[in-house]
Design a protein around this ligand. Structure first.
Ligand code: NI
Length: 250
């Protein structure tokens, strides 16, 4: 149930039986030689929409540009500074809170967003509750759920890709985009097949150490069929997590 496909009266009716909303958040950044620049936004958006269907939950508009300063050495990448992303999340959440939404379940597609999302939650709590707190039945709660998290997904990653999934431009995220957008599938040489791993300290250093953009991954192993397995596993996990989140007492 996408917020953008409802009328205002339908949203008002939804709020009579639930105050929960799923918020997809991704990134617009390079994903190696065969990965789409929109990979993280596409994964978050499509998985969140499917979780909304399974859990009968409202799904808000995707935050499609995230915190990707470290990817700016690669053409086409866009970024919000952490402070801008915090401001955007704050305005999304408080707009919806004005109408009565109280539980915000962020389905995240980008590891680089995690620290900023955590900071944004506290900015939002500080503003919503101020120095005085909220009545317990009115508390606003935000929760972060990365689509790739949990044992089911890490077991699947080991089973399908062994040690080749990697940590950026992963085989699994590229496979998910191939499943949901088969017309965009790209072929590319990977040299070496499995990219190097390691740390970096900024955009120039990232590009120096990881010249084609991948970290630790071999996304030439991605196929739409494998992507469907990750998509389905993630939707099942996140639907469970969302339901548990909605049942928690504040
Ligand atoms: Ni990614």
């Amino acid at each position: 149930m996408l917020l953008q496909h409802q009328t205002w009266q339908e949203v008002e009716f939804y709020l009579t039986h639930s105050t929960g909303i799923i918020m997809p958040i991704g990134s617009t950044e390079q994903h190696g030689p065969n990965g789409l620049i929109g990979t993280d936004a596409i994964c978050a958006e499509t998985i969140a929409a499917a979780v909304g269907d399974v859990a009968d939950a409202m799904v808000g508009p995707t935050i499609g540009v995230g915190m990707a300063v470290h990817h700016m050495g690669f053409t086409g990448t866009m970024t919000l500074r952490p402070s801008t992303l915090i401001a955007v999340m704050r305005d999304y959440v408080l707009s919806l809170a004005r109408h009565g939404f109280r539980r915000f379940f962020f389905v995240n597609g980008h590891g680089g967003n995690i620290a900023t999302i955590g900071a944004a939650f506290y900015e939002i709590y500080a503003e919503f509750e101020g120095a005085f707190g909220a009545r317990q039945d009115q508390e606003l709660v935000c929760r972060l759920a990365n689509w790739w998290d949990g044992k089911a997904l890490s077991d699947l990653s080991k089973e399908v890709f062994g040690d080749q999934d990697g940590s950026h431009a992963t085989a699994s995220e590229v496979a998910v985009t191939q499943y949901v957008l088969p017309k965009t599938i790209k072929q590319a040489q990977m040299d070496p097949p499995k990219a190097p791993s390691g740390r970096f300290h900024g955009p120039a250093d990232y590009r120096r150490r990881f010249p084609d953009g991948r970290i630790g991954s071999n996304p030439s192993l991605a196929t739409p069929e494998k992507g469907q397995r990750f998509f389905d596993a993630s939707v099942a996990e996140l639907a469970k997590t969302y339901k548990a989140f909605m049942e928690e007492k504040s």
